[in-house]
Design a binder for this molecule. Structure first.
Ligand code: HEC
Ligand code: HEC
Length: 480
């Protein structure tokens, strides 16, 4: 029996393809999500081979898929817009004082809409169970679905697509307004040449200009690492097969399409390693600034080195954790002892933006700020009543660990536009250095401003900060 199965790989493959196809077809009904029916207690998928599309195996044509996707796009985007409007006040409100390195004003919140009839202070006095049972957790603090969760994949913001048309998908658009995103292009700092300041010269580093920008600044090996970081390689939605989401066949994406200039364009994606699709999490691109002082990588994977994560990105994350379709789409195997090493070395040179008011201990320099300034008061709260330093200790404001915030204490499991919001488990404590430059916040980007971060943690940690204390805490975060 065992022998005949091994000798007949075609049957085996047909089984996988068949199961995948069944799921893909079943999945199509998910594009009209039913948010009313609560998810079953134990939701499991029919197969783990759910990335095989009907187009890839000739059951649908590219033209037919594209026509259907284009026809459905308006409805998909309207559904997501309605969700965002229900959750947040999306109007442009930005700081007059606080700017990112190259001058983009920092967005100001809180943006999350409060449920009718309660104030932030009243909510903070209630127990998590009470908030859950009365359905009073602000919707903006629930997990955020991908713009089209049942389909997923990499999505780039509009202002980036304006400059790089090749990053446009025909089936959907990025969903969050530009004023809640990092500046584009962002500044770029090297740990090895702090004397140079921003080395990007205001440009997006690409295959076309990296030689001009970095000759004589990086060594030859790191120049090659940089080349690989700006070179496009095939990916699930951006490739040359008929199962792609770009009108013209694509060479793929570059690491620095998402981690633009080593920071983030805020491109979004679904995490590769969870099934079924409804349980996968939206992931907001993290900044690579300061990876050299970090010890775990990825919000949920806790990989142990930048090298490991670099390999994992191209082998697994690019292809939604599916090695079968990856081969069809042109997976690029990097050589660990040369290419991966070179790429990791360059990432390890990416520094945080300067924080001129921090001393060697990573705390505010008391000679620069008076003891009764909002920033100093905020710092005292951060290390005291607000409990932030428990997980975000100075000088880098991360404990290099994972924590389970158990946000699900505050809400009942529910369906949201094709995503299931339920317990999410431990997540990496991200660093807070340079934090004002990387909205939106949390692994899925559900918190649009630092004011929302503070309201969120005030509920999660049950700290009961006053309105004045919350303002001081944000003033401190802006200094990091
Ligand atoms: C969708 C655009 C996208 C592309 C393209 C991309 N990344 Fe990422 N990257 C992400 C996201 C999203 C995360 C966060 C992953 C998570 O939450 O688990 C991430 C995380 C990382 C991390 C871990 C950072 C940390 O602080 O934990 C490293 C290192 C990294 N990427 C390197 C790369 C490299 C190298 C490439 C190219 C091979 C690449 N990325 C391509 C989006 C992207
Ligand atoms: C129990 C540990 C813990 C405490 C206490 C804590 N955090 Fe965090 N913090 C985390 C974890 C874990 C994440 C990632 C959560 C996620 O993405 O879902 C995070 C994420 C964040 C982020 C978003 C980072 C990013 O790049 O998106 C900010 C900002 C932040 N915390 C600020 C604070 C502040 C301010 C406080 C105090 C009011 C605080 N944290 C208290 C563990 C903690």
């Amino acid at each position: 029996m065992r022998h005949s199965r091994i000798r007949n790989p075609r049957l085996w493959l047909a089984g996988i393809v068949g199961a995948g196809l069944a799921l893909v077809l079943a999945g199509q009904s998910l594009t009209q999500p039913n948010n009313d029916a609560p998810p079953p207690k134990r939701e499991v998928g029919k197969t783990s081979y759910d990335q095989i599309s009907p187009v890839l195996i000739g059951k649908q044509t590219f033209a037919d898929m594209m026509a259907k996707d284009k026809a459905g796009k308006a409805e998909v985007m309207a559904r997501q817009k309605a969700l965002l409007e229900e959750r947040y006040d999306l109007a442009r409100k930005v700081s007059k004082r606080t700017k990112m390195t190259r001058g983009k004003p920092v967005p100001v919140g809180p943006t999350a809409r409060l449920p009718a009839g309660v104030t932030w202070q009243e909510l903070a006095k209630m127990s998590p169970e009470d908030i859950r049972d009365k359905g009073l957790f602000p919707k903006g603090y629930l997990p955020l679905p991908h713009p089209n969760h049942p389909v997923g994949g990499m999505v780039f913001p509009q202002h980036q697509i304006k400059q790089f048309k090749r990053l446009e998908r025909f089936d959907l658009d990025f969903d969050l307004p530009e004023h809640f995103l990092p500046e584009f292009p962002p500044a770029m700092f090297l740990t090895t040449r702090p004397d140079l300041g921003d080395v990007s010269q205001g440009k997006v580093v690409t295959i076309e200009n990296f030689q001009d920008l970095f000759q004589g600044i990086l060594n030859a090996k790191d120049l090659e690492g940089m080349r690989l970081l700006v070179t496009q390689f095939p990916q699930q939605q951006f490739n040359a097969t008929h199962d792609r989401k770009t009108e013209i066949a694509s060479q793929g994406v570059a690491c620095f399409d998402c981690h633009v200039n080593g920071h983030t364009s805020s491109a979004t994606h679904l995490v590769g390693d969870i099934r079924p699709q409804s349980h996968r999490r939206r992931i907001d691109t993290v900044s690579l600034r300061g990876v050299n002082v970090q010890r775990i990588f990825g919000s949920q994977r806790a990989m142990k080195s930048v090298e490991d994560f670099t390999e994992f990105e191209q082998l697994a994350a690019y292809f939604d954790g599916d090695p079968l379709t990856a081969i069809a789409k042109g997976i690029n195997f990097l050589n660990r002892s040369t290419q991966v090493h070179f790429m990791a070395e360059v990432q390890d040179l990416l520094d945080f933006p300067p924080a001129p008011n921090l001393g060697l201990d990573g705390k505010l320099n008391p000679k620069k700020l008076s003891a009764d300034s909002p920033e100093m008061r905020g710092q005292a709260l951060f290390f005291g009543k607000a409990k932030c330093a428990m997980c975000h200790p100075a000088p880098y404001y991360t404990d290099n660990s994972m924590h389970n915030l158990r946000v699900e204490r505050f809400y009942k499991p529910q369906r949201i536009n094709g995503m299931v919001a339920t317990a999410q488990g431990p997540i990496k404590t991200f660093t807070l250095r340079g934090i004002k430059e990387s909205p939106p916040y949390l692994h899925d980007g559900r918190l649009l401003t630092l004011e929302d971060v503070v309201e969120f943690f005030n509920l999660i940690l049950e700290t009961q900060l006053t309105q004045a204390e919350k303002r001081d805490l944000v003033a401190f975060l802006d200094q990091l």
